[in-house]
Design a protein around this ligand. Sequence first.
Ligand code: NAD
Length: 254
Amino acid sequence: MKTVVVTGAAKGIGLGITRQLVEQGDRVVAVDLDAEALDDLRAVVGDQVVALVGDIANMKTHEAARDAAVAAGGLHGWVNNAGIDWVGAAHEVTAEHVQRGLEILQIGPMLGGAVAVRHMRRHGGGSIVNISSIQGVASFPRYYVYGAAKAALLMATRSIAIDYAHEGIRCNVILPGCIETPMTYSTLPKNLQREDALEIEGRLAPMGRVGQPHEIATMVAFLLSDDASYVNGAQIAIDGGATARCFAYPTLDL
Ligand SMILES: NC(=O)c1ccc[n+]([C@@H]2O[C@H](COP(=O)([O-])OP(=O)(O)OC[C@H]3O[C@@H](n4cnc5c(N)ncnc54)[C@H](O)[C@@H]3O)[C@@H](O)[C@H]2O)c1
């Protein structure tokens, strides 16, 4: 049984990851800002989850998560998943917008990575998974800060991957495409039915649909496991083929 810290565990992709890990018998330290959603999570998944309310922008949150994992049986894995939708083009942003966006989307995962490696290198290694986005490699309109922060996570991943591989620490990054989560719901046009709006979002991918949290969670579980023992520094897009295509030509019936 492994113990894994998952940030942003109460909803969306983080909830999917937590469910998957618990189902396979792992323990999860579930970190989230939303105390109520964490209560709901505990009610559903039970004792295999230790809930921790905190902001990932704060180093103390990560240290508390590490301590909770150690108390629960040791820190074996760490998933930097928490994030926010942060819209604004360069001409629109304020200093506060840039600062808070980077605090959550870039600095938070970097603090988490730092706390994780400090512990793992003294305790036999471990596996770290960062959740970036396809926006880390290709721009969406009006995501000045979000895209830059997600790109930074790709390099933060590689930095850990090369610095600590010899100490048994692996670090990989996932680039989700459009996944059906509360974050995605919050961005859908209000004048459309949810199903219709998701159908339009799904056209981003050649597969013609949005993804589901469990489709990210299965890859995270693999990367955390010993089955991925030679996977290190990898950048894995889970996007239905969206980033393989540079223009949304209609799918041909070949
Ligand atoms: N949904 C998508 O289409 C999509 C696509 C690409 C990347 N991502 C990334 O996947 C990750 C998860 O996204 P999601 O769609 O599940 O989002 P979500 O909004 O559905 O869930 C995010 C969770 O993180 C928590 N959170 C937010 N800020 C926090 C903070 N400062 N400290 C602690 N917890 C915090 C929220 O309370 C929430 O429970 C994010 O990093 C996001 O950028 C999502």
